[in-house]
Design a protein around this ligand. Sequence first.
Ligand SMILES: [Zn+2]
Length: 479
Amino acid sequence: MRVQSYIKQAMSLKIVDLELVLQKGLPGLKILGLPDSSLKESVFRIKSAIKSQGFDWPKHKQVLVQIHPASVPKSGTGIDLAIAAAFLWESEQLPRPVSTPTLFGNLTLDGKVVRPLELESPFVESTEVPVVTGKGEAPILRPHYEIKELKDLILPELEESSTLKFKVRRPDLDDILLTPSQSNLVKAIAVGEHNSIFLGPPGSGKTTIANLISKVMAPPKPSIFSESFAISRFFGEPIEWRPVVSPHHTSTHLGIVGGGRPPKPGELTRAHGGVLILDELLEFEKSVQEALREPVQSGRISITRVGGRLELPAQFLFLATSNLCRCGHFVPRSNNRCRCSLRKLTNYVERLSGPILDRFDILNFSDDWRNEKPQIHVKDLIDDIQVAVDFRKNTRNQDKANSRLDLKELALSFEKVGMLLPESIHSGSHRRKLAFFRVARSMADLNSSESVRESHLVLSEKLTLRPFLTMTEDIYKYL
Ligand SMILES: [Zn+2]
């Protein structure tokens, strides 16, 4: 008989497979696969619970339990219920379930099932099936069945207990007017979830734009939002919409990235499923800027702890702002009021260029917005964005955001435009090319177009190739 259960690893619960056989041999229960002392003790609880509930314990057979993966040391008590259930099903004292169930609960000596506290943590690996567990005090997020005692263990007659109810509600939007290029920019970022950086002088609207993007995005996916919600509860501030996290640059590495003893999640995990805004990116500690590399690539962050590393979810849209010089007033391609020396200015631009910029799909100079008339109501963007996201999901059958597509996946949309690539693509890095194709895909979605057309490439070039060239090459002409 095979079932699934959880074992504790630091503050998270990991799925394990549990195999139980009855075989000839000395009667008793033996657990293989590196159990610790808390797990070894469960032998007594399980036997006592089974007998008190009126079931039989075999007098002439050995109960052998193997937990996979075998090489990882295991601790925790919630596995009691999984072993007891697997035994009752294997010995045919209860009807066997049709599929492999996941069970996690503590047993009392008289066979009552108690829900372990760990199941309330946000860091529970998800399974395909609801978890069978006992009653507890607080609501939990995972779909689950609640049973009172071993006798209730008759699947599939169990009714799925209600999971924690959360409300998804779009935050109120101020009636801001956007210029045409601001509106295009916001739509592209919100539709494709493209990491973006806004560069320019203070007061040019960088932060305003960064702050409104989460509000116009399509509603979050319930499976991700349930994780965001669990994390927000962990931080004591339950959310109703995608989280927006904007730590100050004076925040510590520990506070932003997570870690410590006992290990705690940081602001990067708090932004999971939402938006991380780093205002004045260059002011943040170098180690924070470095630590962003991993979550931006993989959607997870590993933090070091005693005895190993702990992985936490950290999948977010990353938005950043920065001045272009120390005094803040440098603007390429215009007369500007910058008071910095040439050396200082060059230093600043160089700090910004290269590896830092390469993490963003989109770069925008906020000063460009000044020459346009604000005329588009922010509220009017919501429908366009929703239609484009629905088109991606339902018509193109693509679940993940465009910003997470690789070149192979993107190629499907680009069959007809092979000859029309802009000149600027040849000077870009691999990362730049990817960004160019990903954003073009988002532009096509905003047009409900299955294939990417030349007009989409033109729009994408303005956001993904041209401004980066300005930063790395043209800008020196203005210094
Ligand atoms: Zn300056």
